[in-house]
Design a protein around this ligand. Sequence first.
Ligand SMILES: *[C@@H]1O[C@H](CO)[C@@H](O)[C@H](O)[C@H]1NC(C)=O
Ligand SMILES: *[C@@H]1O[C@H](CO)[C@@H](O)[C@H](O)[C@H]1NC(C)=O
Ligand SMILES: CC(=O)N[C@H]1CO[C@H](CO)[C@@H](O)[C@@H]1O
Length: 534
Amino acid sequence: RGRTTFPNKWPLFSLLSAKETAAVRQACVFGNSANEALYVTHSNEFAVIGLNCSNCLGTGDSLSTIAPRALDALRGKKVASFSYGSGPHVLLATESGELYAWGHNGYSQLGNGTTNQCASPALVTTNLQGKRFKEVACGSHHSLALTTDGEVFAWGYNNCGQVGSGSTANQPSPRRVAGLLQGKAVVGVACGQTSSLALVDNGELYSWGYNGNGQLGLGNNGNQLSPCRLTALQGLCVQQVVAGYAHCLALTDEGALYAWGANTCGQLGTGNKSNQHSPVQVMAEKERVVEVAACHSTHTSAAKTQSGQVYMWGQCRGQSVVLPHLTHFVSTDDVFACVATPAVMWRLLSLETEDFMTLSQALGREFDSPETADLKFSVEGKYIYVHKAVLKIRCDHFRSMFQSHWSEDLQEVIEIEQFSFPVYRSFLHFLYTDTVELPPEDAIGLLDLATSYCENRLKRLCQQIIKRGITVDNAFTLLSAAVRYDAEDLEEFCFRFCVNHLTRVTQTAAFWQVDGAMLKEFICRASRCGAFKN
Ligand SMILES: *[C@@H]1O[C@H](CO)[C@@H](O)[C@H](O)[C@H]1NC(C)=O
Ligand SMILES: *[C@@H]1O[C@H](CO)[C@@H](O)[C@H](O)[C@H]1NC(C)=O
Ligand SMILES: CC(=O)N[C@H]1CO[C@H](CO)[C@@H](O)[C@@H]1O
């Protein structure tokens, strides 16, 4: 199974081994310093890693962890949606529509009627009999969940009306958001720190909660305790909406991008830092936008265009970027990994790559494969299957061998006598993979081969393997080889090692088996650098 490169751009994920990394299917980095992450593997195992602020890892034991730990409470479930607050609290909807919550609960944002922290995933069920959920969104301390029938439930912190209940009393358990949303089919929800947004199936947008920066997009700065329609977008059909800390971005079905709310870091992309309490079109002169990105814990904005260009603006590595800036990134996720503060994910990252193999993976797999090969080498009576074209492309020695009228060009089997089977096989393998896996003693033979084929990179790799594998027992053999193959660096390295361990090296078999000239040369050289003083 092939895969595109997993984002090692996320520092927390550098703690995973290559094998663990390769198993990741979905991931989310979150937390106030991007120090927590949850991920799901291809076999639907859940794992968490990180600091565990407010028990947001959900492992039940309040421990932080530097290595991934299984989250058994969710074993076998599939994630449909994941979101996190600033506590942090965590909400997760499964593909079968269950809703789980854990972490910080100081404002009842876990929705179970209490304010007790919850250290493991707990089903949210109060007032939700028979409901199935497909999307969740967390504000700093409030929660929204969207059912499969398009109803929105909200609970938690409500100091500014962000729960949409018509009051500012905190909401200890899920409550359906009614008012203007009554009878509408909601298809998407988003939260700023203390504001809420709902997108309706006909492209209308509704907002409620804190509006001090104009983030409700209603043309004023008054908080709203119930959903209000963004009439400024009348006539447009919104397709995606995202919220930053105190700003919002909406994308229409025609690819137009609108922004409103706080603009202290330029996160609206309007070219200045004035807040906007009504939607303003941005990137109008650029090509069609196909995705917008923002996250309630940052002031960063990003967008991807039709041709795959990725723009960023707002707070980027501490700087205020007031106009959309074209980046080299290939995804909006990378923008958040590399420039946002904290560097958290704006969505659950999905690594669901099709069954695709990269060129190098495909090539590596075809090495020594009789099925597709058009040439074989016979070494010590064993065959190694290869492709003429690959050898010609990768190695000048073979290029000239197969282009000139050498007899090899007509043969299907080439006999090799000068090198051992492991050495020749690793050489050919290197041409397919750029890597060498050989014990240091065999690397000497490969060094010989690399020298005679003028493969300088391979020569360096062999020298590296030899240096890293040097011991008192093999040091003198390695030194003799370095001299024989004219590898000066290596010779110096082995010589130093022998001098540093002179007494023990002179007791090895290799030392006494070496020819007289070489031994004399070694003794002279060692005495010149003071090895025999006293
Ligand atoms: C709510 O969750 C807390 C923390 O897990 C727990 O102590 C409490 O019993 C739960 N309350 C209800 C009503 O489920
Ligand atoms: C900032 O940009 C917006 C959108 O282009 C514009 O309407 C507004 O007048 C500008 N404000 C200032 C102070 O320049
Ligand atoms: C090891 C560690 O930091 N554990 C913490 C996990 O989170 C809970 C809740 O904040 C703390 O009580 C633990 O100390």
